[in-house]
Design a protein around this ligand. Structure first.
Ligand SMILES: *Cc1c(COP(=O)(O)O)cnc(C)c1O
Length: 436
């Protein structure tokens, strides 16, 4: 593992540090498991996107996909950096509002928005609703009439990309639960329905092709698909988009197998693709919106665990068990996601042992890392799993009635608790007694 790719250092004691703060001392103060974020790195990730659009003179919105990690503190940071925020539920919307994100900078997503979710979005006058399906057009249309209100909308389309050559977490393919299909006429039908409703202000199209994508080709292809539709609607219906939202999914480094492009390269490829098509069909340049989630917070976070039991099965495998697992990082169990790790209190030692890192849940599938070369470890050592900043805390759960870990932000050598560790009182708080 090449530490230079991560926002972490090693101090004189051989301990892993985040922004000069010793992770071993963080564990002493806050306990384990513990999520720790380097806030300067989050800001750097935000700026890589925002500044590239600025540099090229493109009007843009970078919307943080808050499902990657939603909490009041993180939404305050990304809002400070000028990002908008994507939400997909009342809970995410509520969190964004509590963080002080102005409603006009909130975009509401989701493939089954309920009446009450749409009501909440309208009541708070969110900036944009991304319409996903026919049911939503009629439901939203009906509510707008009741409230005598108008709203900006985008239409989510599935470009029908079939290139399976890369392992995207595909969402833009034809057989997808998301969005309107552009090949079978459903997108056009939806377009006409939306245009017919005076209270729906159609700003443009949205597509999101997948996640953890390492090249620009898929984005460029999707952009072409969208513009072939736009060219058609321009000719037949005089529709000119004000916004093209090209989604998120920019890849990050989890292990050395991952070779993500620098963030500005994704943005530049998108700008170039949009410019090319705009010139071809002779329409004004629309705003470009993107929706990075993972690439804002993923590589800025680590999880610290305490090492407990070890089990050496000679000739088979050596298990090292930590005091967390699929309750704080579901991704390995959910889709065999790979991670890298380092023994935080022996960070300078050579990696001499081949081991596998197990979680402590009662599931054989609760394995965090298979076959990693690690520093020789002992009980009570501290293991840091890297790049856990996205879809870690946000997917955390109470399986086995474990309490969700705390989250600490570190910046300029200072650390601050931003999400408290759950307590056992929290765990039973919704339970009701059955004894009469
Ligand atoms: C999940 C999602 C994103 C963010 O994906 P990342 O891989 O975290 O960047 C953006 N847009 C939509 C519509 C999504 O569903």
């Amino acid at each position: 593992m090449e530490l230079e790719h991560y926002p972490f250092q090693i101090n004189e004691q051989g301990n892993l540090t985040v922004s000069e703060v010793d992770t071993v001392s963080l564990v002493k103060q806050y306990g384990t498991p513990l999520y720790v974020y380097d806030v300067a790195h989050i800001r750097k990730n935000c700026r890589a996107f925002v500044d590239t659009f600025k540099k090229h003179g493109i009007t843009a919105q970078v919307a943080y996909a808050s499902k990657a990690f939603s909490s009041i503190a993180i939404l305050q940071v990304v809002h400070q950096e000028g990002l908008a925020v994507d939400v997909v539920s009342k809970g995410e919307l509520y969190t964004a509002l509590q963080a002080g994100v102005p409603p006009e900078k909130i975009h509401f997503h989701g493939n089954n928005k309920s009446r009450s979710e749409l009501e909440m979005a309208l009541k708070h006058r969110v900036g944009c609703i991304v319409i996903d399906n026919f049911y939503e057009i009629s439901l939203l249309g009906e509510l707008l009439e009741v409230y005598n209100q108008e709203v900006d909308v985008l239409m989510r389309v599935t470009p029908g990309l079939r290139s399976n050559t890369h392992e995207y977490i595909m969402t833009g393919n034809e057989d997808s639960k998301f969005g309107f299909n552009i090949h079978n006429g459903q997108a056009e039908q939806a377009f006409l329905e939306i245009r017919n409703h005076k209270q729906l202000r159609l700003k443009g199209l949205h597509c999101h092709i997948g996640s953890q994508i390492f090249e620009t080709e898929g984005f460029i292809k999707a952009t072409s698909m969208l513009f072939s539709v736009i060219a058609d609607w321009q000719k037949r219906y005089q529709f000119t988009p004000e916004v093209m939202n090209l989604g998120g999914g920019f890849g990050i480094r989890y292990t050395d197998e991952d070779q993500p492009l620098p963030r500005h390269e994704y943005v530049e490829a998108l700008i170039e693709a949009v410019k090319h098509h705009v010139e071809q069909i002779k329409i004004p340049m629309p705003e470009i919106w993107i929706e990075p989630g993972r690439s804002i917070v993923g590589d800025a976070g680590i999880t610290l665990y305490k090492i407990g039991s070890m089990k050496d099965i000679p000739g088979i495998r050596k298990y090292i068990t930590v005091d967390g697992g699929m309750t704080d990082n579901l991704r390995p169990a959910l889709y065999q996601a790979k991670y890298d790790a380092i023994v935080a209190n022996r960070a300078n030692d050579a990696r001499t042992e081949l081991v596998s890192i197990a979680g402590k849940c009662c599931e054989s599938g609760d394995m965090l890392i298979y076959d990693i070369n690690l520093q020789k470890t002992d009980q009570n050592d501290i293991l840091a799993v890297l790049s856990t900043g996205a879809y870690g805390y946000s997917m955390a759960n109470n399986y086995n009635r474990f309490t969700r870990p705390a989250v600490v932000f570190v910046e300029n050598g200072q650390h601050q608790l931003v999400v408290k560790r759950e307590t056992y009182i929290d765990v039973v708080q919704h339970d009701l007694s059955y004894l009469k």
